[in-house]
Design a binder for this molecule. Structure first.
Ligand code: HEC
Ligand code: HEC
Length: 375
């Protein structure tokens, strides 16, 4: 049977062919054919890329930060997109670059991902397939955590006075390594290192130079990828792998997915786990569930669970506070799930009357009660 090709399939296939042709054209400096837009393929992804001049990107991103007032994320993205539109007038997609405005201050001031990294990463994702984008963006993030920023080049440009069209300060600014891609960590560690306040013009100039440096690094990575080939240089701190040996999806305690440096926030192994023991003092080390059945006539069962070793006492009280039955006193338990049954009898041997009873569970110094109804 002949395969039916939908219009969508057709466009998908032509996009793949277009991409193939682009790869074949590496080295000519022009990576995707001009006909894309002419054919109405402005939404083709990845969008075309053309070798960018790294120093022009650095200067433009810095200057856009200083002059446009739309933040670091926009400035990093805008500087590269504007150059690409100039170099690839017929093929580079058109959209308002202001889609990246949200990213300043680590997403509208929340101090999460550095906006410059965010904006540069968006551009990378626009011009690369997912696998390449993941590789280059990860390299950009890794580089960012270890680079001395502002770079010597950016500091030199500011002092030279004839490179930037606008600056908020023309002094050499303190350089530091943030260890993190978070805006909060990056900015605050810089403020600490430099003694400059967060709202000072010099801090803004630092972020302007940083924006230039990040965009320049992104351009360099893209140029390498589409040119001679990209090789990862970032080496993650060894501590991350040691933590992830247990906490990653492949470890025994599968609860973390992150490439960020664990030690920066949690400290070393000892420190990260020091509160584990302390937790039993601060919060319950156990969980007690509602009895079943409830209400009950003759007997009822309670499930409880311990996270760590502890001694357990379980008693049943009547509503007027009299102890009716002692089920166990200071009985040692390892961590695990347990079941206890009350057969409706009292310590004096007879059957307890119908009514509401309090089931009191105690592990160490912590107590939890569950009320139950006997009918
Ligand atoms: C040998 C396996 C192992 C390694 C290696 C390991 N962890 Fe853990 N970690 C655990 C287990 C198991 C728990 C859960 C303990 C509990 O809840 O009783 C835990 C709990 C934690 C907690 C929660 C502590 C709390 O207060 O409940 C943090 C934070 C943590 N790990 C961070 C780290 C960091 C950071 C590293 C690397 C420096 C690391 N872990 C390395 C096994 C490991
Ligand atoms: C930017 C800071 C930061 C970084 C980097 C970081 N964490 Fe966390 N992590 C946190 C915070 C904050 C919490 C929540 C703590 C809480 O609410 O008790 C947390 C929670 C955890 C918990 C659960 C804690 C608990 O109370 O049970 C584990 C386990 C953990 N992180 C492991 C890691 C590992 C492993 C890494 C490295 C891959 C890492 N973290 C990197 C900040 C960070």
């Amino acid at each position: 049977m002949k395969e039916k090709i939908t219009r969508q399939d057709f466009f998908r296939k032509s996009a793949i062919i277009t991409t193939g042709a682009g790869v074949a054209a590496v080295g000519t400096g022009f990576l995707f054919p001009k006909k894309a837009r002419a054919e109405g393929l402005v939404e083709t992804w990845p969008a075309p890329y053309d070798t960018l001049d790294v120093e022009t990107v650095r200067i433009n991103a810095h200057d856009d930060y200083c002059t446009e007032g739309k933040g670091c994320c926009y400035a990093a993205f805008n500087a590269m997109v504007k150059l690409l539109r100039t170099q690839l007038p017929a093929t580079f997609p058109s959209f308002p670059n202001e889609i990246m405005v949200y990213g300043h201050g680590g997403v509208a001031g929340w101090g999460t991902i550095c906006g410059a990294v965010n904006g540069a990463a968006a551009l990378i994702s626009l011009v690369c397939d997912k696998a390449t984008s993941d590789q280059l963006v990860s390299e950009l993030c890794g580089w960012y955590t270890q680079a001395l920023i502002p770079s010597d080049i950016s500091n030199d440009y500011a002092v030279a006075g004839d490179k930037y069209t606008a600056t908020k300060s023309d002094e050499v600014l303190t350089q530091n390594e943030s260890g993190s891609v978070l805006c909060h960590v990056s900015c605050t560690k810089w403020c600490e290192a430099s003694g400059v306040a967060i709202n000072d013009a010099k801090r803004k100039e630092r972020c302007a130079r940083l924006t230039g440096d990040v965009a320049a690094k992104a351009a360099e990575l893209l140029n390498d990828h589409y040119g001679s080939g990209f090789t990862a240089e970032y080496v993650a701190p060894a501590g991350i792998a040691s933590c992830m040996a247990c906490h990653s999806a492949e470890g025994a305690h599968k609860n973390v997915a992150s490439k960020s440096d664990c030690n920066q926030c949690h400290g070393d192994y000892e420190k990260a786990h020091s509160s584990v023991g302390q937790k039993s003092i601060e919060s319950n080390n156990f969980r007690v569930e509602q009895n079943f059945p409830n209400p009950f006539t003759n007997r009822t069962t309670i499930h409880y669970q311990l996270e760590r070793f502890d001694t357990v006492s379980i008693e049943i009280f009547s509503m007027d506070g009299k102890r009716v039955k002692t089920l166990m006193t200071n009985k040692p338990h390892g961590s695990g799930v347990y079941t206890i049954e009350w057969d409706g009898t009292s310590d004096t041997g007879g059957r307890a009357e119908a009514g509401v009873y309090i089931f009191r569970f105690r592990a160490g110094s912590k107590v939890q009660t569950v009320s139950m109804m006997k009918v």
